[in-house]
Design a protein around this ligand. Structure first.
Ligand SMILES: Cc1cc2nc3c(=O)[nH]c(=O)nc-3n(C[C@H](O)[C@H](O)[C@H](O)COP(=O)(O)OP(=O)(O)OC[C@H]3O[C@@H](n4cnc5c(N)ncnc54)[C@H](O)[C@@H]3O)c2cc1C
Length: 218
């Protein structure tokens, strides 16, 4: 683990090399150690006057956490995969085109090169969330003891009602083959984002839907 102090700043950047190390570094510091992925959303909060925390837990150095890996269930998008990498991913473009389209409307190219899908989802306000909800995505959380998947809709409900900040670390986002949209099999989707400007800004409203046209409905 490396600790980096920024000159003239009271914030130390902790650089764990595993989720377990990240968890141990956070223990005892709790809310004082804020996880950071691309930092592109946190940056806007600091620019708007939010105080910098004493510690930033920089998750970018953890090996494998930026991978987009296909397996028998579908695809696991590591929480540190950038929005640009998600947009470039062939399996996502072909099998979950709703997510491909949605991430392409988040920020401009510079923001998509920096910002991650994990940071977008973990913020609980990101524009990827309606698309991930429509795809019934799962969130893979690390809680110090191991990894456990939680349906995204359940987590969002919890966030709405809980006064406690999320303590777990987001390891990845699960897309299931059963919710893919093979066009040849009648898959379809719809994505709309309404903002104050056409692009590069967070939305006022985002809408996502996906489904399959059954034989005889076309
Ligand atoms: C010019 C500009 C335009 C933007 N446009 C959009 C837009 O159109 N739509 C949109 O949704 N957003 C937009 N954003 C906000 C931001 O860029 C995106 O939401 C981005 O996906 C956030 O990802 P990040 O990796 O930078 O997250 P960060 O800023 O690093 O983190 C975001 C939040 O998630 C938490 N977090 C990050 N990783 C984890 C983890 N692994 N486990 C637990 N918690 C974690 C952080 O503590 C923080 O609370 C914009 C920002 C800018 C500056």
């Amino acid at each position: 683990m490396a600790v980096q102090s920024m000159p003239g700043m009271q914030t130390a950047v902790l650089k764990p090399m595993s989720l377990q190390e990240a968890w141990l570094l956070r223990a005892g510091r709790e809310a004082a150690a804020v996880p950071v992925a691309g930092g592109s959303l946190l940056r806007t909060q600091w620019e708007n006057g939010a105080a910098l925390p004493p510690y930033l837990l920089d998750l970018r150095g953890i090996p494998g956490l930026a991978d987009i890996a296909a397996d028998s269930e579908g695809v696991l998008v590591g929480s540190q995969a950038t929005l640009a990498a998600v947009k470039r991913s062939k399996p996502i473009r072909e099998r979950w085109p709703l997510l491909h389209e949605a991430v392409g409307t988040i920020g401009g190219p510079g923001i998509r090169n920096l910002g991650t899908l994990g940071g977008n989802a973990a913020s609980s306000i990101g524009d990827s969330l309606p698309a991930l909800l429509a795809l019934e995505a799962g969130l893979l959380w690390y809680d110090g003891a191991g990894l456990a998947e939680q349906p995204l809709d359940e987590w969002l409900d919890e966030r709405r009602t809980s006064a406690e900040p999320e303590r777990r670390l987001l390891a990845g986002i699960r897309l299931r083959e059963s919710r893919s949209e093979p066009q040849a099999a009648g898959g379809w989707h719809c994505w709309r984002k309404v903002g104050r400007r056409e692009s590069f800004t967070p939305s006022l409203v985002s809408f996502a839907a996906s489904g399959t046209m059954l034989p005889g409905q076309g």
